[in-house]
Design a protein around this ligand. Sequence first.
Ligand code: BES
Ligand code: ZN
Length: 616
Amino acid sequence: MAIQQQLIQWASAATLVTAVASSANVWAQDAHSYAKLDEVTTPHLELDLTIDFAEKRLTGTATYDLARHGEADSIHLDTRELRIHKTEVWQDGAWQETAFALGEPHETLGQELTVAIGESSDKLRIHYETAPTASGLQWLTPAQTAGKKHPFMFSQSQPIHARSWIPIQDTPALRLTYNAELRTPKGLLAVMSADNSLSDNRDGSYSFTMPQPIPPYLIAIAAGDLEIKSISDNVAVFAESYIVDEAAWEWADTPAMIEATEEMYGPYRWDRYDLLVLPPSFPYGGMENPRLSFITPTVVSGDRSLINLIAHELAHSWSGNLVTNASWRDLWINEGFTSYVENRIMEALFGERRAQMELALGYQDLLVDMSRLAPEDTVLNIDLGTRHPDDVFSNVPYVKGQLFLVYLENKFGREKFDAFLRQYFDDFAFESISTAEFKDYIASNLLAKYPNVVSMDKINEWIHQPGLPADAPQPESDAFAQVEQQMQRWLKGGKLQTAEWTTHEWLHFINNLPLDISSTNMQRLDKDYDLTASKNAEIAHAWLKLAITKKYEPARERLRNYLLTIGRNKLVSPLYRELAKTPENLKWARDVYQQAKPGYHPLTQSVNEALLYPQN
Ligand code: BES
Ligand code: ZN
């Protein structure tokens, strides 16, 4: 009876909260979470989970330490498609069952879970299981792996998918430490964003500790038929055997990258830095899960030309994982800073020419995005409302954020700006900060320190206005200027001198071919340089996209194969978007998509279904 009353009370309270939230966002800083951090926080999590491949489920418990900041006798957690079996609080020396209520499912946010925690209990335990359709997990059958013998599963929690596999206060404003016990079928190795062991034990029982406080979106899990190959004392590759040696060769520069970053921005504070190669269906290029970045196999190109992605994920060990965006409106604080640091790492290791080419490629991608986005979505401190951050993903937080920092570096000079950044990483280490806090910090620690260099109005323009300021850097590359000259000669029938070209020059060349290029010239290019057959996933992507636009049919089978074997959304969705432009191509694309769908991650499915079946 008491429980019934409590539930009724909650139901009406929930309605009230929704009403307040839609009129003004006053009750929480993070519009993408039901958590009320001002009442109770969960500074530590213990996970105890069984990975059930047959049912595509995680089953077990999440146990939290509770830290109380207000008077509340309930806690509000985020969930999505979770089955909650039982909730308990630790009271008077024993676990005691307590009441819980699940709110109405919300398309973007999932379901609020409210649990009664009384007034004094300091531990909460939730018994639960995940759904086979959990948005933050992908389950692959043995046939869908390279080795074909064992299944594979992995998580992608950023931005708001941790709640689909852990009931949690799923806001990056929270930081928590965690331990975990995982059980898998024998022979499989489980890994997490924690202290992975290099041992060859595969007995199906694994323990993890993450002693540094991290935001929930950095909790990560994977299990599969993994081998381990060390690159150095503190760096190793975890991968299926088919690619473990190639990946270790491809990423041999990682230890030097760590040293270069420490030199510029202070110590690497996470102990080991390992790299996990995911199956080709991994929806991102990389994900900066602490101590163990998750990486797509599509950057193992055989020539080390795409290792800026490793520099990027490593850079997040400072920008993002150490100093974290407080909400998804502040994503530029993670990705803009990281793109800047990434490029500095590339410059430190490989010189200015390569770094400049990569900056220029990013700038061109930004311009393309800016021309397709609504002006308000080109603002750094974006107004998401309750839109899903996944639906608003673009180059803006990355490249506009990066250009903002390049601008500041140019204005203050590298020495002063580097000192500022290094201090920033120290001052906010293991904290989550909002755009407003960043503005206060830069006002006192850079603008006021060196007056009359950059005004606060200028900072506000960068952060709150659409588009780019008139005096924004416009990165160009001498190497690319030469590519363009060659292109002009080639279009008139001349030969290209490509012996010295790297992936970067090829990408610039393909992306800048004139829109009215003749089919004879398409054929000529393909015949001379075998672009349809390119094994470099980025070059193949650029070429296939052009082939769709130009109706270059000899690339059709390669396109089908590409869409069936790669699930990295950045490589796949521009192709579907291009195909959706004509009725015949749309029909063909839908056929291919239906065939590919079982192998795609939930994110890749939802983004591309929106492109191919827009009315739904
Ligand atoms: N953290 C991001 C991926 C991400 C961002 C996932 C926002 C979900 C929401 C990761 O570090 C990233 O940026 N990956 C890029 C790397 C590239 C910019 C070098 C990618 O996957 O392409
Ligand atoms: Zn990133």
